[in-house]
Design a protein around this ligand. Structure first.
Ligand SMILES: Nc1ncnc2c1ncn2[C@@H]1O[C@H](COP(=O)(O)OP(=O)(O)OP(=O)(O)O)[C@@H](O)[C@H]1O
Ligand SMILES: [Mg+2]
Length: 169
């Protein structure tokens, strides 16, 4: 499935919609060039899960944990990962043992040490918009995409309604 989102509010709104569909344990990869809206989408997800503080890309710390009401979300940004072995220092394996959701920007930098995702979102530029392609890799990922496709315009995406086009493949 592909979605075209025009403007940052639409991108955040999709994140808020996704938030309602996330159930741990889940690993989500966000793949796309610099500035394609990976952190914006993550911010929407965290807002949708009730987080009120700031959401910045953990470019230098690589990992930002969020304690949510019922479970934890770990936001990774591996852009500056010099060597996949550094992942060991982040205690990634311990994080995965927990009841948690993992969102990874720049997953390709993690190499083979990074666990496979349930869902991969590929983000790309398109003029003043972004195109998001959803590629599921597990039954949980497929269920999530199916749920998203069933409700293309929830209340939470009001801001995006007039700016959003859905294409199914
Ligand atoms: N759907 C959209 N349409 C237009 N602009 C967008 C959209 N989504 C995000 N943006 C804008 O793109 C810029 C970059 O967003 P963001 O920081 O989320 O990208 P990123 O993919 O996390 O970048 P990086 O790879 O550097 O971490 C921001 O100015 C944001 O407002
Ligand atoms: Mg980012």
């Amino acid at each position: 499935m592909k979605l075209k989102l025009r403007g940052e509010p639409a991108q955040e709104a999709l994140g808020r919609q996704l938030a309602g569909l996330l159930r741990p344990p889940l690993i989500l990869y966000l793949e796309g060039d610099l500035g394609t809206g990976k952190t914006t989408l993550t911010r929407g997800i965290l807002r949708g899960l009730g987080h009120r503080g700031p959401v910045r890309s953990p470019t230098f710390t690589l990992l930002e944990p969020y304690d949510l009401d019922r479970w934890r979300l770990f936001h990774l940004d591996l852009y500056r990962l010099a060597d996949p072995e550094e992942l060991d220092y982040l205690g990634l394996r311990d994080l995965l043992d927990q009841d948690s959701v993992l969102i990874v920007e720049w997953p390709q930098r993690g190499g083979l040490d990074l666990p496979q995702p349930d869902l991969e979102i590929r983000l790309a530029y398109q003029a003043d918009a972004r195109v998001l392609e959803f590629v599921p890799h597990s039954p949980a990922g497929s269920a999530l995409v199916a749920a998203l496709a069933r409700h293309p315009a929830e209340e939470s995406v009001d801001a995006a309604k007039s700016h959003r086009e859905v294409r199914r493949h």
